[in-house]
Design a protein around this ligand. Structure first.
Ligand code: COA
Length: 204
């Protein structure tokens, strides 16, 4: 076995990276889990049920049914993750995380239907999205939030260690917490590997 492959497999066994929770979890009378592309229709129906105010808060614009239908069609790409809260197989809340062109920047969006609010669903979805971001080594997450959107701002404030607001109050900005010491040690060892290999090849 090549030395670098051996060291990588040893490191991942010694210091397994923190992984987001990918199995469904029971929550507030329903479940929270990832949605996949075969469940596009559940996501679409959830968005189409939203009233005008919620659509404006979520998309920061007037979102017509036609817009929402085409939005859903492009939503399930490889670098997008959608967590959903479901009750009886119907999606009542969602959190989306998608990359913004480069590896360390992503956009997040949240939406919980009116009758399911204030149950902690938004908070749990935010928690899962931050874990996902941390696992992807995303450094910045932008949430397009209207200056008047007090509920989203209150939700963001619950994660003030990770989040701050920029001037103009339009965009929330999150820096996922520092990697754990074991992650940093793993990164350091991986950075040293090319040097070690170069030295070894000079000796052999
Ligand atoms: C923002 C949103 C996702 C919050 O979802 P939620 O499931 O109600 O969130 P939670 O129950 O976890 O509440 C989170 C916190 O937000 C605050 N909050 C939520 N609704 C509130 C309200 N009506 N009044 C005052 N504070 C409120 C509270 O601080 C609450 O925490 P607490 O209950 O521990 O005090 C939801 O209101 C929503 O979908 N809004 C429309 C779409 C939107 O604005 N998306 C954001 C832009 S992408």
């Amino acid at each position: 076995m090549q030395l670098s492959v051996y060291i990588r497999s040893l490191l991942s066994r010694l210091f397994p990276a923190e992984q987001p929770r990918r199995v469904p979890e029971l929550f507030a009378g329903g479940e929270i889990r990832l949605l996949d592309a075969s469940e596009k229709h559940l996501f679409r129906d959830h968005l189409l049920r939203l009233d005008g105010d919620t659509r404006r808060s979520r998309f920061a614009m007037h979102a017509t049914d036609a817009f929402l239908r085409s939005y859903v069609e492009t939503s399930f790409t490889l670098d997008t993750v959608i967590y959903a809260y479901l009750e009886n197989g119907i999606v009542r809340g969602t959190a989306e995380l998608r990359s913004l062109g480069n590896a360390d920047t992503a956009e997040a969006a949240f939406c919980v239907e009116q009758d399911w609010r204030r149950l902690g669903i938004g908070t749990r979805l935010m928690d899962l999205l931050l874990q996902e971001a941390r696992a992807r080594e995303t450094r910045h997450i932008y949430i397009n939030c209207l200056a008047t959107n007090r509920k989203m701002q209150a939700l963001a404030r619950k994660f003030s260690a990770d989040m701050s607001f920029e001037a103009g109050d339009v965009i929330g900005h999150i820096s996922p917490p520092e990697a754990a010491p074991t992650d940093r040690l793993r990164q350091w060892v991986l950075r040293q590997m090319p040097k070690a290999q170069a030295t070894l090849s000079r000796w052999s």
